[in-house]
Design a protein around this ligand. Structure first.
Ligand code: GAL
Length: 870
């Protein structure tokens, strides 16, 4: 048997488990000797069902000074903690299942800040749940794992404070072993306190991610206790290093660890026999109340490499045995791949250059808010993949773990980001209030949770942190990079810098990979001054547009705000610091050492409705001072009017998941082998007959000819740094506009748009016809309004009413209009530029046929059938 490459590192338990702030002491529990005998292998079950919820602190008779409840809890002195008591009567509270976001329920209010979505996400909220443990749970370790709670969570179990965690994007664990009662009813109470002015975008409020109850034997693998890396990869073999951290709360003192590696199929199931195996010849000693780390090296012959085009995964199965009994089994999916950011060649995956075609994404899921939903995330990724996206930046915080699982499985690279601020604030109550006490715990927690994901290619320690302008600021960057390196040496550390100066003032040396936000003009200079530092566009473009809106006259200065609070979709509009996509493309093409870009943003998100967020810095504005003066005047005017915008215009895809024109500009560049052509604008302009109406074409071809009603308007060729074809002097007449594109002289792709008649009927299309009857799966149903001939009516705004029969529920509707204040839960919705969306959710355990009906006055109704399957 091969010898164990062992490094036995005893560690005191408390520091490594990353338990919540005031987690109970993890000293050896007085576990009945025999409890371990009955100790079964770990159980991890969803702890999402059957909660009670109330907004605000609840009066209930607890004395303000109830020392037992308050002890160790970080709550304001005046807060009434009655709801933390075991005997508190929560019978009148609302029943709900997690994940839950109280903010998305609204209502929208004009007076709420637009930057955070004009929704009420802040304040105090309480969650309570009764749960029963079986008598057989005696002697087990009982943990509560929260993937994310927004924010400042404090937790009591059976009336005792057990801990909490303030950062709303962190995942964390509480050890409940000493406070729960096996064989009896228990109660957990969680108080969240989400401060106002704590975010630059819509954060959501509530326990918006999944919660898990984990039971283990006293001797088990610690939280995030496996770390799989592949230090050497050749076509013949990969070395797989498995580091295991074990934790012992019981009397056992001997432990053996075995690791088996299997291939995973596309669905994540083990396929075939173990491909590699390693175990310990002699048992390791592990003292009571200690942690130890072991490292095992395995060899995987002819590894199948993970990549976006072939996201092959393996799983390492770690089996912990003590005196002949299995006490724990942990599965760690991983991938075999090599990554490198090379200062001269950009990003290399498995030794090959792979330009990063990335987008930044905020965490909200549009009409569903911040409450995580796997299908909603998967749909976003499917749409982005169709555009050619191969990378996601989790701006500006750790994502839901489910996003990373999807990225591994579907083949996306991920830039995993920790913070939007350090010590200096962007908003009065943001992360800077936590930084000193929490940055190390938060950064370690993110990396330990996420480091087995093959998708993750770099850790970002921050976005546009104000310290980048300070002469000593780089020291903080260096400290954070050191923490990250301490947790994971296999990936580079980066940060997203928006000050030109940070490329030269020491920050560039504090990270392994330098990230510039909105600085394509700086790439060459940076590279010349630091030819050894790899560079990536961590945030690019920030073009703004509203799906289906076009304003005239069209010019490269699209800076003027519009009375309807929309932005033209000619894709020429950007705020002062930003630019149309084409400018960044030029920066990338002129400087091929740049590893690629992350566009701001893939999808529209709630909040930050630039240019209509009444913030002087966010005016649409190019560099000309005269324009700036004009914009300042317009801003003053803007402040006098009530700006209704509640969501962003930055997305390449709108909030409802509908593709804007820009989608095709990126697709043309990122999928050059896909024959495609996309014309804009739409061609239904009865008021523009005889007027100049410029036409743009996005195509992966290199040349195209445009025809209006069969007459050629000329054939144009793209220059080496042109990314769109433009016919700027087309005079509008109704009819059909058609483009034929060519590549290397051969016909390549076509697109046409036709003038629509009056809206006549509805069409419905579901993204999937068969759903899982699990209470979480969703169907996204798109409504299109068409004329009598079936041509899309691009300006229709008819009111649509939805109803559903069968085992499901309409959980949200939307239309992608950033100015709509209609409740997302409303079953009625005006179409926005001809389209609307209904989101249907299945019911757990109830299968059958669902029929979604959409109807609109004068347009009749349409139906789609959805099949919910067990
Ligand atoms: C960046 C910032 C993003 C977003 C974006 C809008 O400076 O990092 O979070 O605010 O601007 O253009």
């Amino acid at each position: 048997m091969p010898p164990l490459r062992r490094s036995l590192v005893p560690i005191a338990l408390a520091c490594l488990t990353l338990c919540g702030a005031a987690a109970i002491a993890t000293a050896p529990a007085a576990v009945a000797a025999d409890a371990a005998a009955g100790a079964s292998v770990r159980e991890r079950s969803a702890f999402n069902a059957g909660w009670r919820f109330a907004k605000g602190d609840q009066a209930g008779g607890a004395s303000m000074n109830d020392a037992a409840l308050r002890s160790g809890a970080d709550v304001p002195a005046g807060a009434d903690l009655s709801a933390a008591r075991v005997d508190y009567d929560d019978g009148a509270w609302r029943k709900l299942d997690l994940p839950h976001d109280w903010g998305i329920e609204g209502p929208f209010r004009q007076e709420y800040p637009g930057d955070t979505g004009k929704l009420p996400w802040w304040g105090v909220g309480w969650y309570r749940k009764q749960f029963t443990l079986s008598a057989g749970d005696a002697g087990k370790r009982i943990y509560l794992d929260l993937d994310g709670a927004m924010s400042h969570a404090t937790v009591w179990v059976n009336g005792r404070h057990v801990g909490g965690w303030p950062y709303g994007y962190a995942s964390w664990r509480l050890d409940l072993t000493d406070v729960v009662k096996p064989g009896a009813a228990n109660v957990v109470a969680i108080r969240l306190d989400n401060p106002k002015d704590s975010s630059r975008w819509y954060p959501g409020g509530g326990i918006y991610r999944n919660v898990w109850l984990v039971k283990t034997a006293p001797l088990h693998v610690a939280q995030y206790g496996t770390f799989v890396s592949t230090p050497s990869v050749t076509p013949a073999a990969a070395t797989v290093d498995v580091q295991v951290t074990l934790e012992n709360h019981g009397a056992d003192d001997e432990v053996q660890v075995a690791t088996d590696v299997y291939l995973l199929d596309a669905a994540g199931r083990r396929s075939g026999a173990a491909l590699a195996h390693r175990d310990v010849s002699a048992p390791a000693k592990i003292g009571v109340g200690r942690q130890v780390q072991l490292t095992q090296a395995l060899t995987l012959a002819q590894p199948r490499l993970w990549s976006p085009s072939s996201p092959q995964r393996y799983v390492a199965v770690t089996t912990v045995t003590s005196r002949g009994r299995v006490t724990d089994v942990v599965e760690t999916p991983f991938g075999v791949r090599t990554i490198a950011f090379d200062a001269a060649r950009g990003f290399l995956l498995n030794g090959q250059r792979l330009p990063i075609q990335g987008v930044c994404q905020h965490h909200d899921l549009g009409a569903l808010g911040a409450a995580v939903n796997v299908r909603a995330l998967e749909r976003q990724l499917e749409i982005l993949r169709e555009m050619g996206v191969n990378a996601i930046r989790t701006s500006h915080n750790p994502p839901a773990p489910e996003l990373l699982d999807l990225a591994d499985r579907m083949g996306f690279l991920v830039l995993d980001e920790a913070f939007d601020t350090w010590r200096e604030q962007k908003t009065p109550n943001d992360y800077h209030t936590l930084f000193d006490a929490w940055h190390e715990k938060d950064l370690r927690a993110m990396i330990r949770r996420d480091r087995n994901h093959p998708s993750i290619v770099a850790w970002s320690i921050g976005n546009e942190i104000p310290e980048q302008g300070r002469s000593e600021g780089w020291k903080l960057a260096a400290r954070l990079a050191e923490i990250a390196h301490g947790e994971d040496r296999t990936r580079p550390v980066t940060a997203a810098y928006n000050h030109v100066a940070s490329g030269y003032n020491g920050f560039q040396n504090a990270v392994d990979l330098f990230g510039y936000n909105y600085k394509p003009g700086e790439y060459a200079k940076f590279h010349a001054s630091a030819p050894h530092i790899p560079l990536v566009g961590t945030e690019t473009a920030s073009t703004v547009s509203s799906r289906g809106e076009y304003f005239f006259p069209v010019s490269d200065d699209q800076s003027k705000g519009q009375a309807n609070f929309q932005v033209s979709s000619y894709d020429l509009s950007a705020p002062r610091w930003a630019m149309p996509p084409d400018v960044e493309f030029r920066g990338q093409d002129d400087n091929p050492f740049v590893a690629g870009e992350f566009v701001w943003t893939g999808f529209d998100y709630l909040g930050e409705p630039t240019p209509y967020n009444s913030d002087a810095t966010n005016l649409l504005n190019f560099t000309d001072p005269a324009q700036q003066g004009r914009m300042a005047r317009e801003l003053a005017d803007l402040k006098k009017i009530a700006v209704p915008s509640r969501s962003s215009y930055f997305g390449i895809v709108d909030l409802a998941g509908f593709r804007k024109d820009r989608f095709y500009l990126y697709q043309a560049r990122w999928r050059p082998d896909l024959p495609m052509a996309h014309l804009l604008p739409h061609w239904t302009w009865p008021e523009r007959v005889g007027q100049v109406t410029p036409v743009h074409l996005y195509t992966s071809g290199d040349e195209a000819e445009l025809f209006l009603n069969g007459k050629s308007l000329g054939r144009k060729r793209r220059g080496p740094r042109d990314y769109r074809l433009r016919w700027d002097d087309v005079v509008y007449q109704p009819g059909t506009l058609r483009a034929v594109s060519y590549k290397n002289g051969k016909p390549w792709a076509e697109d046409s748009v036709a003038t629509a008649g009056a809206p006549a009927r509805l069409t419905l299309a579901a993204d999937r016809a068969a759903l899982h009857a699990d209470g979480a799966d969703l169907a996204f149903v798109t409504v299109r309004i068409v004329d009598r001939q079936g041509r899309p009516a691009p300006r229709a705004s008819n009111r649509i009413r939805f109803s559903l029969s069968g085992p499901g529920r309409i959980v949200a509707t939307d239309n992608g209009d950033a100015t709509s204040f209609e409740s997302f839960q409303s079953p009625q919705r005006n179409a926005y530029n001809g389209m609307a969306l209904a989101i249907v959710r299945t019911r757990a355990g109830e299968d059958g046929r669902m029929v979604l009906t959409a109807s609109a006055e004068g347009l009749g109704s349409a139906q789609v059938v959805l099949d919910s399957q067990l």
